[in-house]
Design a protein around this ligand. Sequence first.
Ligand code: FE2
Ligand code: FE2
Length: 267
Amino acid sequence: MIKLRKLRFEFPDDIPFWFNPKSREASLLANGMSLVAPGFERYFIKAIREAMPRIRDGAARDEANRFCIQEGQHAKFHIDHQDLLLRKHPELEAVRDEVNRSYDDLQRNESTEFALAYATAIELGFKPLAKYLVESRQVLFAGGDARITSFLLWHFVEEFEHRHAMFDVYREVVGDYWYRLGVTRRTWAHVSALGARVQAACIACEQPPADDPGLPRIPRTRLLALGLGLLETLSPLHDPRRGPVPQWIADWFAADDAGADMTTIAL
Ligand SMILES: [Fe+2]
Ligand SMILES: [Fe+2]
Protein backbone atom coordinates (compact mmCIF):
# COMPACT_ATOMS: atom_id res chain seq x y z
CA MET A 1 0.00 0.00 0.00
CA ILE A 2 1.23 3.50 -0.85
CA LYS A 3 2.28 5.30 2.34
CA LEU A 4 1.09 8.85 2.99
CA ARG A 5 3.82 10.96 4.58
CA LYS A 6 3.77 14.39 6.10
CA LEU A 7 7.14 15.78 5.04
CA ARG A 8 7.63 19.53 4.78
CA PHE A 9 10.20 21.10 2.47
CA GLU A 10 11.16 24.77 2.68
CA PHE A 11 12.62 26.88 -0.13
CA PRO A 12 14.13 30.02 1.41
CA ASP A 13 15.96 32.59 -0.72
CA ASP A 14 19.44 31.35 0.24
CA ILE A 15 18.92 28.27 -1.98
CA PRO A 16 20.69 29.13 -5.26
CA PHE A 17 18.82 29.24 -8.58
CA TRP A 18 21.00 26.36 -9.82
CA PHE A 19 21.08 24.14 -6.74
CA ASN A 20 24.22 22.18 -7.62
CA PRO A 21 27.29 24.19 -8.70
CA LYS A 22 29.06 20.90 -9.55
CA SER A 23 26.47 19.35 -11.87
CA ARG A 24 24.81 20.86 -14.92
CA GLU A 25 22.60 17.78 -15.43
CA ALA A 26 21.25 17.78 -11.86
CA SER A 27 20.73 21.55 -11.86
CA LEU A 28 18.77 21.42 -15.12
CA LEU A 29 16.79 18.43 -13.87
CA ALA A 30 15.76 20.18 -10.64
CA ASN A 31 14.54 23.38 -12.29
CA GLY A 32 12.99 21.51 -15.21
CA MET A 33 11.05 19.19 -12.89
CA SER A 34 9.76 22.02 -10.73
CA LEU A 35 8.53 24.00 -13.71
CA VAL A 36 6.88 21.07 -15.54
CA ALA A 37 5.86 18.46 -12.93
CA PRO A 38 3.02 20.38 -11.23
CA GLY A 39 1.32 20.71 -14.64
CA PHE A 40 1.28 17.00 -15.33
CA GLU A 41 0.73 15.93 -11.73
CA ARG A 42 -2.47 17.98 -11.51
CA TYR A 43 -3.50 16.64 -14.94
CA PHE A 44 -3.09 13.05 -13.63
CA ILE A 45 -5.05 13.78 -10.46
CA LYS A 46 -7.97 15.21 -12.46
CA ALA A 47 -7.92 12.17 -14.79
CA ILE A 48 -8.06 9.72 -11.88
CA ARG A 49 -10.82 11.68 -10.16
CA GLU A 50 -12.85 11.46 -13.38
CA ALA A 51 -12.13 7.75 -13.76
CA MET A 52 -12.70 6.86 -10.09
CA PRO A 53 -16.35 5.73 -10.51
CA ARG A 54 -15.14 3.25 -13.15
CA ILE A 55 -12.72 1.53 -10.71
CA ARG A 56 -14.88 -1.25 -9.28
CA ASP A 57 -12.64 -2.67 -6.56
CA GLY A 58 -12.63 -0.72 -3.29
CA ALA A 59 -8.98 -1.48 -2.48
CA ALA A 60 -7.92 -0.33 -5.98
CA ARG A 61 -9.90 2.90 -5.53
CA ASP A 62 -8.18 3.45 -2.18
CA GLU A 63 -4.74 2.94 -3.77
CA ALA A 64 -5.63 5.33 -6.61
CA ASN A 65 -6.68 7.88 -4.02
CA ARG A 66 -3.37 7.49 -2.17
CA PHE A 67 -1.55 7.99 -5.47
CA CYS A 68 -3.46 11.27 -5.96
CA ILE A 69 -2.53 12.46 -2.46
CA GLN A 70 1.18 11.72 -3.05
CA GLU A 71 1.08 13.50 -6.41
CA GLY A 72 -0.71 16.45 -4.85
CA GLN A 73 2.08 16.76 -2.30
CA HIS A 74 4.73 16.58 -5.03
CA ALA A 75 2.95 19.33 -6.97
CA LYS A 76 2.61 21.51 -3.87
CA PHE A 77 6.33 21.45 -3.07
CA HIS A 78 7.39 21.81 -6.72
CA ILE A 79 5.20 24.94 -6.84
CA ASP A 80 6.98 26.20 -3.70
CA HIS A 81 10.29 25.61 -5.50
CA GLN A 82 8.87 27.33 -8.62
CA ASP A 83 8.05 30.33 -6.44
CA LEU A 84 11.70 30.49 -5.35
CA LEU A 85 12.87 30.32 -8.99
CA LEU A 86 10.39 33.05 -9.96
CA ARG A 87 11.46 35.28 -7.05
CA LYS A 88 14.97 35.11 -8.45
CA HIS A 89 13.88 35.45 -12.10
CA PRO A 90 10.32 36.81 -12.48
CA GLU A 91 10.57 36.48 -16.28
CA LEU A 92 10.11 32.70 -15.84
CA GLU A 93 6.44 33.33 -15.15
CA ALA A 94 5.73 33.23 -18.90
CA VAL A 95 7.15 29.73 -19.40
CA ARG A 96 5.51 28.47 -16.20
CA ASP A 97 2.15 29.69 -17.51
CA GLU A 98 2.85 28.15 -20.92
CA VAL A 99 3.35 24.71 -19.31
CA ASN A 100 0.18 25.00 -17.27
CA ARG A 101 -1.79 26.15 -20.33
CA SER A 102 -0.48 23.18 -22.29
CA TYR A 103 -1.91 20.75 -19.71
CA ASP A 104 -5.16 22.72 -19.46
CA ASP A 105 -5.45 22.38 -23.25
CA LEU A 106 -4.88 18.62 -23.08
CA GLN A 107 -7.53 18.32 -20.42
CA ARG A 108 -10.01 20.36 -22.45
CA ASN A 109 -9.35 18.78 -25.84
CA GLU A 110 -8.52 15.14 -25.10
CA SER A 111 -10.47 12.30 -23.48
CA THR A 112 -10.08 10.88 -19.99
CA GLU A 113 -8.72 7.72 -21.66
CA PHE A 114 -6.00 9.82 -23.28
CA ALA A 115 -5.13 11.44 -19.94
CA LEU A 116 -4.89 8.03 -18.25
CA ALA A 117 -2.64 6.70 -21.05
CA TYR A 118 -0.48 9.86 -20.89
CA ALA A 119 -0.16 9.53 -17.11
CA THR A 120 0.69 5.84 -17.38
CA ALA A 121 3.46 6.56 -19.90
CA ILE A 122 5.05 9.10 -17.55
CA GLU A 123 4.61 7.04 -14.41
CA LEU A 124 6.07 3.87 -15.95
CA GLY A 125 9.07 5.90 -17.10
CA PHE A 126 9.67 7.22 -13.59
CA LYS A 127 10.60 3.77 -12.31
CA PRO A 128 13.81 3.38 -14.39
CA LEU A 129 14.49 7.10 -13.97
CA ALA A 130 14.27 6.84 -10.17
CA LYS A 131 16.66 3.88 -10.22
CA TYR A 132 19.10 5.82 -12.41
CA LEU A 133 18.98 8.89 -10.17
CA VAL A 134 19.49 7.09 -6.87
CA GLU A 135 22.32 5.01 -8.32
CA SER A 136 23.93 8.22 -9.64
CA ARG A 137 23.21 10.27 -6.51
CA GLN A 138 26.85 10.88 -5.55
CA VAL A 139 27.68 12.33 -8.98
CA LEU A 140 24.45 14.28 -9.40
CA PHE A 141 23.64 15.51 -5.91
CA ALA A 142 26.67 15.39 -3.59
CA GLY A 143 27.80 18.94 -4.42
CA GLY A 144 24.34 20.48 -4.24
CA ASP A 145 22.12 22.20 -1.73
CA ALA A 146 21.00 19.44 0.66
CA ARG A 147 17.42 20.76 0.84
CA ILE A 148 16.85 20.40 -2.93
CA THR A 149 18.69 17.08 -2.97
CA SER A 150 16.44 15.68 -0.23
CA PHE A 151 13.36 17.10 -1.93
CA LEU A 152 14.15 15.60 -5.36
CA LEU A 153 15.15 12.22 -3.98
CA TRP A 154 11.97 12.11 -1.85
CA HIS A 155 9.94 12.72 -5.01
CA PHE A 156 11.68 9.96 -6.95
CA VAL A 157 11.55 7.50 -4.03
CA GLU A 158 7.77 8.00 -3.93
CA GLU A 159 7.62 7.68 -7.72
CA PHE A 160 9.28 4.28 -7.31
CA GLU A 161 6.89 3.41 -4.47
CA HIS A 162 3.76 4.14 -6.51
CA ARG A 163 5.17 2.78 -9.80
CA HIS A 164 2.21 0.38 -10.20
CA ALA A 165 -0.59 2.86 -9.41
CA MET A 166 -1.33 4.51 -12.79
CA PHE A 167 -0.69 1.26 -14.65
CA ASP A 168 -3.34 -0.47 -12.51
CA VAL A 169 -5.87 2.32 -13.07
CA TYR A 170 -5.23 2.27 -16.83
CA ARG A 171 -5.63 -1.51 -17.02
CA GLU A 172 -8.88 -1.38 -15.07
CA VAL A 173 -10.47 1.61 -16.82
CA VAL A 174 -9.07 1.50 -20.38
CA GLY A 175 -7.01 -1.66 -20.77
CA ASP A 176 -6.11 -1.14 -24.45
CA TYR A 177 -2.38 -1.81 -24.86
CA TRP A 178 -2.14 -0.48 -28.44
CA TYR A 179 -3.84 2.75 -27.48
CA ARG A 180 -1.38 3.24 -24.61
CA LEU A 181 1.51 2.60 -27.01
CA GLY A 182 0.27 5.25 -29.45
CA VAL A 183 -0.28 7.80 -26.68
CA THR A 184 3.17 7.04 -25.20
CA ARG A 185 4.85 8.36 -28.36
CA ARG A 186 2.88 11.61 -28.11
CA THR A 187 3.51 11.81 -24.35
CA TRP A 188 7.28 11.54 -24.63
CA ALA A 189 7.32 14.13 -27.44
CA HIS A 190 5.07 16.51 -25.47
CA VAL A 191 6.89 16.30 -22.15
CA SER A 192 10.35 16.45 -23.79
CA ALA A 193 9.35 19.59 -25.67
CA LEU A 194 8.09 21.24 -22.47
CA GLY A 195 11.24 20.18 -20.61
CA ALA A 196 13.44 21.68 -23.32
CA ARG A 197 11.37 24.91 -23.28
CA VAL A 198 11.66 25.45 -19.52
CA GLN A 199 15.35 24.55 -19.42
CA ALA A 200 16.09 27.00 -22.24
CA ALA A 201 14.14 29.68 -20.35
CA CYS A 202 16.16 29.00 -17.19
CA ILE A 203 19.46 29.09 -19.11
CA ALA A 204 18.44 32.43 -20.65
CA CYS A 205 18.05 33.81 -17.09
CA GLU A 206 21.31 32.53 -15.64
CA GLN A 207 24.18 30.49 -17.01
CA PRO A 208 24.02 26.95 -15.53
CA PRO A 209 27.12 25.49 -13.85
CA ALA A 210 29.53 23.33 -15.82
CA ASP A 211 30.11 19.78 -14.60
CA ASP A 212 32.92 19.64 -12.07
CA PRO A 213 35.86 17.96 -13.89
CA GLY A 214 36.78 16.16 -10.66
CA LEU A 215 33.51 14.25 -10.52
CA PRO A 216 33.45 10.63 -11.72
CA ARG A 217 31.47 10.03 -14.89
CA ILE A 218 28.18 8.17 -14.78
CA PRO A 219 28.95 4.72 -16.24
CA ARG A 220 27.66 4.11 -19.77
CA THR A 221 26.12 0.83 -18.60
CA ARG A 222 23.87 2.79 -16.21
CA LEU A 223 22.73 5.11 -18.99
CA LEU A 224 22.11 2.07 -21.15
CA ALA A 225 20.08 0.48 -18.34
CA LEU A 226 17.97 3.66 -18.16
CA GLY A 227 17.33 3.55 -21.91
CA LEU A 228 16.47 -0.15 -21.82
CA GLY A 229 14.24 0.40 -18.78
CA LEU A 230 12.30 3.07 -20.67
CA LEU A 231 11.99 0.82 -23.74
CA GLU A 232 10.80 -2.06 -21.56
CA THR A 233 7.77 0.00 -20.47
CA LEU A 234 6.57 -0.31 -24.10
CA SER A 235 6.33 -4.10 -23.93
CA PRO A 236 2.87 -5.68 -23.65
CA LEU A 237 4.35 -7.95 -20.96
CA HIS A 238 5.69 -5.07 -18.86
CA ASP A 239 4.80 -5.22 -15.17
CA PRO A 240 6.11 -2.28 -13.09
CA ARG A 241 5.99 -4.39 -9.91
CA ARG A 242 8.61 -6.77 -11.28
CA GLY A 243 12.26 -6.37 -10.33
CA PRO A 244 14.12 -5.58 -7.12
CA VAL A 245 13.82 -2.39 -5.09
CA PRO A 246 17.19 -0.54 -5.27
CA GLN A 247 18.93 -0.85 -1.90
CA TRP A 248 19.16 2.90 -1.33
CA ILE A 249 15.39 3.23 -1.84
CA ALA A 250 14.72 0.30 0.53
CA ASP A 251 16.98 2.01 3.11
CA TRP A 252 15.11 5.32 2.59
CA PHE A 253 11.76 3.58 3.30
CA ALA A 254 13.21 1.89 6.41
CA ALA A 255 14.63 5.17 7.76
CA ASP A 256 11.31 6.93 7.14
CA ASP A 257 9.40 4.11 8.87
CA ALA A 258 11.80 4.46 11.82
CA GLY A 259 10.91 8.16 12.11
CA ALA A 260 14.08 9.73 10.66
CA ASP A 261 13.88 13.26 9.22
CA MET A 262 13.81 12.65 5.45
CA THR A 263 13.97 16.35 4.58
CA THR A 264 17.73 16.31 5.26
CA ILE A 265 19.02 12.97 4.09
CA ALA A 266 22.51 11.52 3.88
CA LEU A 267 23.62 10.36 0.46
FE1 FE2 B 1 5.12 12.92 -8.59
FE1 FE2 C 1 4.05 9.71 -9.89
